[in-house]
Design a protein around this ligand. Structure first.
Ligand code: SF4
Ligand code: SF4
Length: 300
């Protein structure tokens, strides 16, 4: 039993229902779909709040239109052990724009994705569940621009499969509320602990306030698994203060994946401090710091 993911595991054992099925039965999912469709008229799914009318074909920062665009969908074996095999669907487009993105070009050019209808997404989820996947994992790019499509797809789906929201955490409060009562596991990235770094490397204003709020809302709503991608030269300014904040605000038992797999992809070569792998010393110092804080529920 993984500490912090007890309900998720109960769903896997058939002892609890995925929350989207409960929301579907109570009518909550239908109400959320209506609200999400309304957001498409003046998009504010993420904190950028571009207010573009995506139903009329306008595009904001993420360049996503109103249709779900997918650039990959398969059983994923590279996620955390408790999640694999994970039916992972990669949506094209992203609300951030990281200089080191490993999912470029699809993350920055959503038009490269293939259009999937909501019924197709639902059928795929049911198929992957029947084939033994433990969860459906909505990722990208980022799933945030497709909040409406995802909720709608779930309304067509009947699989007893937990929903994992795998996001950069840069979504709006409105989206956080739309996800409440639907998501079983929030799988959220925490990258920076100051807005200067977030702006420079991910072109993301108000990052720290936004993700802190979303982590607190997620922890209140459902189960949480945090990913901290440790980046070179960002130990004292980002990784360690993130860990301190997590220990203080989310508790020492929170499930946490401290990741060393930073790779200088995409445009990272233009930034000397980011154009290398993480050093052993940097990673070890972060692990020691987590241990000193008493954070023990780490993904092995
Ligand atoms: S999802 Fe975010 S970036 Fe995309 S249009 Fe909506 S508010 Fe803008
Ligand atoms: S949040 Fe992730 S997918 Fe989006 S640009 Fe950054 S690294 Fe790429």
């Amino acid at each position: 039993m993984v500490k912090g993911l007890e309900r998720y595991e109960a769903i896997l054992k058939g002892k609890a229902k995925p929350r989207y099925l409960e929301a579907k039965a109570s009518g909550l999912l239908e109400r959320k779909i209506k609200e999400a469709e309304h957001v498409l008229l003046a998009c504010e799914f993420c904190e950028r709040k571009c207010k573009v009318n995506r139903l009329a074909g306008e595009k904001g920062f993420c360049k996503c239109d109103a249709k779900a665009r997918v650039f990959g969908a398969h059983a994923h074996f590279g996620e955390e052990p408790e999640l694999v095999p994970s039916a992972t669907i990669f949506f094209a487009g992203c609300t951030m724009c990281c200089i080191y993105c490993q999912n470029a070009p699809e993350s920055v050019m959503p038009a490269l994705g293939t259009v999937w209808s909501e019924q197709e997404i639902a059928s795929w989820i049911e198929l992957m569940h029947a084939r033994g996947c433990k969860n459906v994992n909505f990722v990208g790019g980022d799933p945030t621009p497709y909040t409406y499509n995802i909720l709608k797809a779930l309304s067509y789906c009947n699989a007893s499969i937990p929903v994992v929201w795998n996001s950069n955490a840069y979504y709006s409060e409105k989206t956080a509320k739309l996800l409440q009562g639907i998501v079983d596991v929030y799988l959220l990235d925490f990258r920076y602990f100051n807005n200067k770094c977030a702006l420079k490397y991910s072109n993301t204003p108000n990052y720290v306030e936004t993700v802190k709020r979303n982590f607190l809302l997620a922890a209140k709503d459902a189960e949480l698994l945090i990913r901290l991608l440790v980046m070179p030269s960002h130990i004292e300014c980002c990784a360690k203060p993130i860990l301190s904040w997590i220990a203080e605000h989310l508790g020492k038992d929170v499930r946490l994946n401290i990741m060393d797999q930073y790779w200088p992809a995409f445009n990272a070569y233009k930034y000397p401090e980011m154009s290398r792998r993480l050093s052993y010393e940097e990673f070890a110092s972060v692990l020691d710091y987590a241990s000193d804080l008493g954070l023990k529920n780490l993904v092995p």
